[in-house]
Design a protein around this ligand. Structure first.
Ligand SMILES: *Cc1c(COP(=O)(O)O)cnc(C)c1O
Length: 408
């Protein structure tokens, strides 16, 4: 087989569909985020404003976080030195797990090298090591959850996204005494909608299922201490497992589950994706712990974000630019065409110094291509005005439909 031409044919097909991905080469300026230097493919450099970061609160540059990382680096050096089993458990890991267990009101927490790995390893282990487990998985669950469940080879039942009636029908149809798990997310990252967690927990109680909630897009952002939607709604004790990332609102990297002591110990003892990989560097653990601690005590970052999100939404409404309404911090501006979506994104970058990555298939269904905007407390009012002006001009240039504004 001619591998090279096979690869390039497949890539050309992607390009023709408008779905070929080009990464933006950015160097963030610490202390001046969301500003960054962009290096174009031509080599040309330009300052840009980032509007699509999942460092939702700018914690990646918070002095508490970078200070803790500098300190740990100077104390302990670079790497953890191995897997947790062999020699890689450091005091910083232990402290971070305590911080996370406390954040979610659980007895224990277990760290992984990323949120992806935590879902893959925890779901894979629970679903494969509990005999006859049936996993009830929301149709829009993240790839890492899908992969974990698939890897477990447990029986999987997919229920319609956020549809309680469909979930109940499927739970009721399963054998009454089979072990069951409901796996779902709180904030769904592409549409920004939120699961009915309390009602899902009611169904879990009724049918004797355990619950596994991915709060990746909510930790740090919701609840009085940043514990997520479950904290905000007073539901943390009703969930068997809460899974989160340290890489988005907490601004560092890493993933975790928080649950009972026995469950965390079980995953620690049986999960290949935990056992056989080098632990996070101590400096990363220390930085993440500082970020979690800061967001437990301070609501100012969350309030700043909420204000900016409201300002961008109000501006889009005034301009009649269509965006999906939702109760979260994620603003999906709908374009509905992969080529236009990429064109708008490219032009925003080249002409306006605004970086918003186009979101195309397979991340979202074809026909729902969008610009996913994530305002943060570090965007200024002038940034918001510039963004809205640029979008309005491009909406004209691309002859895209506007929706009549209620206020007009
Ligand atoms: C990003 C994401 C993950 C993976 O988290 P990482 O820490 O980035 O690996 C898991 N679940 C959801 C819903 C995500 O969006």
């Amino acid at each position: 087989m001619d591998f090279q031409s096979y690869f390039s044919d497949r890539l050309t097909a992607l390009q023709d569909e408008g779905n070929y991905r080009v990464f933006a080469d950015l160097a963030r300026y610490r202390g001046d985020f969301p500003r960054a230097e962009h290096t174009a493919q031509s080599g040309q450099q330009q300052d840009v404003t980032i509007w699509c970061s999942n460092d939702y609160l700018g914690m990646g540059q918070h002095p508490d976080v970078t200070g803790a990382m500098h300190d740990a680096l100077d104390r302990c050096g670079a790497g953890a030195g191995g897997t947790r089993n062999i020699s890689g458990t450091t005091h910083d890991h232990v402290l971070l797990e305590r911080e996370l267990a406390d954040l979610h009101g659980k007895d224990a927490a277990l760290l992984f090298t990323s949120g992806y790995v935590s879902n893959w390893a925890a779901l894979g282990t629970l679903a494969s090591e509990i005999p006859d487990m049936i996993v009830f998985s929301d149709a829009l669950n993240h790839a890492s959850m899908i992969e974990g469940i698939r890897h477990s080879r447990a029986q999987k039942v997919i229920w319609k996204h956020n549809d309680l009636a469909d979930l109940e029908a499927k739970l009721a149809a399963a054998p009454a005494n089979a072990p069951k798990m409901i796996a779902f997310e709180s904030v769904y990252s592409m549409d920004g909608d939120i699961a009915p967690i309390a009602e899902i927990c009611d169904l879990a109680d009724k049918y004797g299922a355990m619950t596994y909630l991915d709060e990746v897009h909510a930790v740090g952002l919701y609840g009085p201490r940043g514990g997520g939607i479950a904290e905000q709604e007073g539901l943390m004790d009703r969930l068997t497992v809460i899974e989160g990332t340290l890489g988005k609102a907490f601004g560092v990297v890493g993933g975790y589950i928080a649950a009972s002591t026995e469950l965390c110990d079980f995953v620690r003892s049986f999960a290949s994706g935990f056992i056989f990989t080098t632990a996070l560097p101590p400096a990363v653990a220390a930085g993440a712990a500082a970020s979690v601690r800061r967001l437990k005590q301070s609501g100012s970052e969350r309030k700043g974000q909420r204000d900016r999100v409201a300002a961008v939404r109000a501006g889009l409404d005034e301009l009649g630019i269509p965006h999906l309404p939702n109760p979260s911090h994620i603003i999906p501006v709908m374009v509905g065409d992969p080529v236009k979506c990429k064109f708008i994104s490219d032009t925003l970058m080249e002409e306006f110094g605004i970086y918003i990555q186009p979101i195309n298939y397979p991340t979202v269904p074809k026909g729902t291509e969008r610009l996913r905007i994530t305002p943060s407390p570090v965007h200024s009012e002038a940034d918001v005005a510039q963004l809205l002006g640029a979008l309005s001009e491009l909406w004209n240039r691309c002859q895209m439909a506007r929706i009549p504004c209620a206020a007009q």
